[in-house]
Design a protein around this ligand. Structure first.
Ligand SMILES: [Zn+2]
Ligand SMILES: [Zn+2]
Length: 258
């Protein structure tokens, strides 16, 4: 069952990725430079990361999910809801937890060392969603293990959340701009490409804000929604923009002086 669901996640990941790549080809707004170089660089990072993370999924997350399920550990297992309510509540709690994980990744120097690599990108397209330091993914795997066991998440809900999170990340990093009026309506509910571009600006006021992953409600609720100006949204990355590419520079990035 778990094997089927994790394979399903990989299939959705590839299908959504190809669809967004194709849409970007026809509806690109930013005319991203060096598309093939970006695909190769970020694609290689993703393949290496996925292979390493596979070990942690098999030896950490799957056993934790099975133990939680068998022993009925966690918050959701103490309250007898019907499955739909339990799934809905679990989904929202996960999104809430990831909002805080992302927020702390910006405010705690230790996590920013790793998460900063994602922000080194001076452009943004669907391939940016592949750009994460392996250290950040390892830390988040332990965070997910704690969440599964304390929340008592059903396996299917956790994997469903991961599938939607992946699709959301590919969408909001993509170089697709929705019409302004549509964007302002949709971004009241979910993260759009324009919304997340605010988060990738060199300008710190909007970069250290807009942390939502799927639902934007958390940013509104905790006062971290900050709209950047049009000019700010054209200048993406961090102050030091010299290390965008280069595997060694990116792997070593957490060791930089802060
Ligand atoms: Zn961030
Ligand atoms: Zn991002």
């Amino acid at each position: 069952m778990i094997e089927v669901l994790t394979n399903l996640k990989l299939i959705f990941f590839i299908v959504f990725f190809v669809v967004f790549m194709m849409l970007e080809n026809y509806f690109s707004q930013r005319n991203t430079k060096s598309k093939m170089k970006r695909l190769f660089f970020h694609g290689t990072i993703a393949v290496v990361n996925t292979l390493i993370m596979r070990v942690f999924v098999i030896f950490l997350l799957i056993p934790v999910m099975m133990i939680t399920n068998e022993n009925q550990y966690g918050l959701l297992n103490t309250i007898e809801y019907n499955f739909f309510l339990e799934a809905l509540f679990g989904f929202l709690l996960l999104d809430f937890a990831f909002y805080w994980f992302h927020r702390i990744s910006h405010t705690w120097d230790f996590l920013w060392r790793f998460h900063g690599m994602h922000h080194l990108d001076t452009q943004m397209d669907v391939t940016t969603s592949l750009r994460f330091h392996i250290g950040e993914l390892l830390i988040s795997a332990f965070f997910k293990a704690v969440l599964i066991i304390t929340l008592g998440l059903p396996i299917s809900v956790f994997i469903f959340y991961e599938i939607i999170l992946t699709a959301s990340a590919q969408f909001h990093h993509s170089d697709l701009r929705l019409p302004e009026s549509l964007d302002s309506k949709i971004s009241k509910i979910i993260v759009t490409p324009k919304y997340h571009t605010n988060h990738h600006t060199v300008a710190e006021l909007s970069r250290n804000a807009n942390y939502a992953s799927i639902f934007t409600v958390w940013d509104y609720l905790f006062f971290t929604y900050k709209n950047a100006t049009v000019t700010e949204r054209e200048y993406l990355g961090v102050d030091d923009r010299s290390k965008e590419f280069g595997f060694i520079d990116n792997i070593k990035y957490p060791l930089r002086k802060l």
